[in-house]
Design a binder for this molecule. Structure first.
Ligand code: AAO
Length: 453
């Protein structure tokens, strides 16, 4: 009962990583809805092991909706507030495994557990023991059996082939649907056979958006393509390739970015410049630390019609494992943008380009221009136009064919369009679709039909 791509006119996802529920709700009303985001992705909501690392959320000990991010009632209220603001909710669902700590303990909400024993939920027989590597851990990603039957970093690996485990996981997802959620990011999907996921999804009480985390790995036997029958799949090559282009290659190469680069079919690809793992563990990708170049890369992603884009929103990373700003009891504090939290989704260039995406949905690419190096331009036929100059020098004395109707347009890279006025420069497109302007170094100009004066 999955749907293969976000539905509705507004498809951009904001990933409010590790935000607590009251802060997510306030952001839906205050920013995400008004800026045109269609979805918010939230971090795992189930009870988890205790600790102040962010990744405790990826170690479930029960399916109670009770975590450092808030209670079941706060979660329910967040979902309805977001939906009232026109923003659907996607939950990061951890269904491949339970906790990974060798010693047992007491979870966030008081449930006691041992590694491989979660009273009333799972017992020892509900897990895989692959019998390899002395630890039962995955070592060799080139071995399909190992990846799907051994433990990912010691996390108790659920036997998703068993009837009981499937029904228990479906019950968890159906409970989230009963709280009103619209979709799921299925964590660690590579570690579950695609057919097991399909079986679990058939048990959902209603259709939901599904995106599976299957990291493309060179030479690995388990490929992202195997999972596209279940829903969308994260395209990890996108952010890596885009970063390489911006850092050391040429923007001119982007003219066929996506399928032309061997990436997944656009209709099932979920894309992002970075996510919570790559911003920590993959030095190659662009992140908030890259400031203006990161904004330009997101602007390209939002302008370019490939895949379903997710905008990352991070807290400031002090070290790899450190959790978000929290109180003495490890409860996540309310978000304070630009102080401990980066709030990339609010950066004016990124937030305004969400409106560009919405205004150009379904339009093709035309009027491609590049100078062979770091200056590109293209139209989203009849609805929008962008030019990006990532040269170290301004581009002067040029005119651009936009293909847009004549008129005065807000440059949404430098200005915000509200109630018919623009807080930044206004670009005049002539009767033949042209305008002339200087594009500063490492900068851009973007126009669209919904920001016309
Ligand atoms: C923590 C501790 C561990 C401890 C464990 C249990 O750190 O020391 O053993 O608790 O007590 C998160 C954290 C972990 C944390 C875990 C549980 O990142 O540090 O462990 O929570 O609390 C693989 C999986 C992928 C997974 C990724 C991290 O396939 O599913 O590892 N991502 C998700 C989440 C992630 C989370 C979990 C899963 C677990 O997004 O946040 O972990 O719920 C290759 C393979 C990939 C593989 C990577 C990393 O990727 O292809 O499948 O991902 O290696 O092992 C290039 C290559 C590409 C390569 C990539 C590596 O792109 O092309 O092939 O580089 O960066």
């Amino acid at each position: 009962a999955a749907v293969a791509a976000p539905t509705g006119g507004k498809k951009v996802i904001a990933n409010l990583f590790e935000w607590n529920w009251p802060s997510v709700a306030a952001e839906c009303t205050g920013t995400l809805g008004p800026k045109g985001y269609g979805y918010v992705q939230v971090s795992p909501p189930q009870e988890h092991v205790r600790g102040n690392q962010w990744w405790v959320a990826y170690q479930p000990v029960s399916y109670r909706i009770e975590s450092r991010k808030g209670t079941r009632e706060q979660f329910r209220s967040m979902v309805s507030t977001c939906q009232a603001a026109g923003v659907k909710v996607i939950v990061d669902a951890v269904v491949n495994h339970m906790s990974g700590q060798t010693n047992g303990g007491t979870g966030w909400a008081g449930s006691s557990y041992q590694h491989h024993v979660y009273p009333g939920i799972y017992q020892a027989q509900d897990f895989h023991y692959c019998g390899r590597n002395g630890t039962n851990d995955i070592v060799n990603y080139l071995d399909r059996y190992e990846v799907q039957n051994c433990e990912l970093v010691n996390l108790a690996d659920l036997k998703t082939g068993s009837e009981y485990v499937r029904s228990r996981l479906a019950a968890y997802l159906n409970d989230l649907l009963s709280l009103g959620v619209d979709g799921f990011r299925l964590d660690a999907s590579k570690h579950m056979p695609a057919a097991d996921i399909a079986d679990i999804l058939r048990r959902l009480n209603r259709p939901a958006y599904v995106v599976q985390e299957v990291i493309h790995g060179a030479g690995e036997p388990i490929r992202p393509e195997e999972y596209t029958g279940n829903g969308d799949v994260h395209e990890f090559r996108y952010g890596k390739d885009l970063a390489r282009v911006f850092r050391s290659e040429r923007l001119a190469y982007l003219r066929n970015f996506g399928e032309g680069w061997g990436h997944l079919p656009s209709s099932v690809a979920s894309v992002f410049v970075d996510n919570h793992d790559t911003q920590r563990d993959d030095g190659g990708v662009l992140t908030y630390r890259d400031r203006g170049i990161y904004a330009l890369a997101n602007a390209f992603m939002l302008a370019w019609p490939y895949g379903s884009p997710t905008v990352m929103s991070s807290y400031t990373i002090t070290n790899r494992d450190a959790g978000p700003p929290s109180d003495g009891g490890n409860r996540t504090l309310n978000t304070t943008c630009y102080s401990g939290w980066e709030c990339e989704h609010r950066w004016p260039v990124i937030a305004n380009m969400v409106g560009f995406r919405n205004a150009t949905e379904g339009a093709g690419v035309s009027n491609w221009y590049d100078n062979g190096y770091q200056h590109i331009a293209f139209s989203r036929t009849g609805r929008g136009f962008i030019t990006i100059n990532d040269e170290d020098f301004p581009i002067t004395g040029r005119s651009y064919q936009t293909g847009l109707p004549a008129g005065r347009y807000c440059d949404v890279i430098h200005g915000t369009f509200t109630n018919g006025t623009c807080t930044g420069p206004i670009i005049t497109v002539d009767a033949n679709g042209w305008f002339a302007a200087t594009v500063p170094a490492h900068d851009a100009i973007a126009l669209h039909q919904n920001a016309r004066l």
